[in-house]
Design a protein. Structure first.
Length: 297
């Protein structure tokens, strides 16, 4: 069973959103002040946002309530969570606490109507396939669940941002060297966090082929890296998935610019031309960003 889950995860590149207590991606600490206050902080060295939930099983000499859950969204570095203040001076606050954390910002709701650009150069003709989970093939009931899209490419093609956002993860030194394979445990990828709380994962780059770094903001249509995968059975291709913590199945297929006038979900095995309309590129930009972008056009 472990091997089956491993196959599903590696083939389609869909990250599991689970509580990450084991690897200590997020830590919580506290400091006491001279006034007897206790301030709690959370810290992470990841550029990925996390939602931290704290609860107190024991509290004394403070107005806060036992069992109440405190939620906060944290980003790279150190973030103040909350401060407990004493009810009686010169008497220390007593407490016991625990916390969990989850990848993403639970205060945001995914915009499933957002229109994405094809992640390839304008004018590039591409075939799109749907990636599905292998649960049914491993004896599980139900329909095959769509986990993302596969874009046919030519080795050396540049991959472009389908939507603007913050680069949160980059693996740039783990390209598969296996021949005639369908997937491999070591595959280069990058991840981008969007304003509506969704994440995009772009997978199968060449070694040293990713142009961006964690913590960098990208705009729609910006070059992200050079695709690889020419040694795979299906040839060079990009594995692209959108997922979000507030969706039951995490991943979904968004709408794309299918032509200059049409938007919708790509049909499997149909050839499309990549379009990057300016109206879509500037959709989430501020007035200042839009003005700067349009001045270069």
């Amino acid at each position: 069973m472990k091997l089956q889950r491993y196959f599903c995860l590696l083939l389609f590149g869909l990250p599991l959103l689970v509580y990450a207590q084991s690897n200590k991606t997020v830590t919580v600490s506290y400091e006491r002040s001279a006034k007897g206050e206790v301030t709690f902080y959370s810290e992470t060295q990841s550029h990925t946002p996390y939602t931290v939930s704290m609860t107190f099983s024991r509290l004394s000499n403070t107005t806060s309530t036992e069992g109440e859950i405190y939620d906060a969204v944290i980003h790279y570095g150190k973030t103040r969570l909350l401060t407990l203040r004493p009810s009686t001076e010169n008497v220390p606050i007593g407490f016991s606490y625990r916390y969990t954390y989850r990848k993403g910002n639970n205060r945001l709701k995914a915009d499933t109507n957002f229109v994405y650009l094809f992640p390839l150069a304008p004018g590039k003709v591409v075939r799109v396939n749907r990636m599905v989970s292998l649960e049914k093939f491993f004896g599980k009931e139900g329909e095959k669940r769509i986990t993302g899209l596969g874009f046919s490419t030519t080795a050396g093609d540049t991959i472009f941002a389908s939507r603007g956002g913050l680069v949160t993860e980059v693996v740039d030194n783990a390209a598969s060297t296996s021949e005639n394979t369908s997937f491999h445990a070591t595959e280069n990828y990058l991840e981008v966090f969007h304003k509506d709380g969704t994440f995009a994962r772009y997978k199968l780059f060449q070694n040293g082929g990713i142009f961006v770094s964690p913590g960098e903001e990208v705009i729609p249509g910006q070059p992200l890296g050079i695709i690889g995968g020419e040694n795979y059975k299906q040839g060079s291709h990009l594995r692209f998935s959108i997922y979000c913590p507030d969706q039951p199945d995490y991943s979904y297929v968004p709408d794309f610019c299918l032509s200059q006038e049409e938007v919708g979900k790509p049909e499997p095995r149909v050839m499309y031309k990549s379009w990057h309309p300016v109206a879509i590129v500037v959709r989430e930009m501020s007035k200042k960003e839009k003005k700067k972008f349009l001045s270069k056009e």
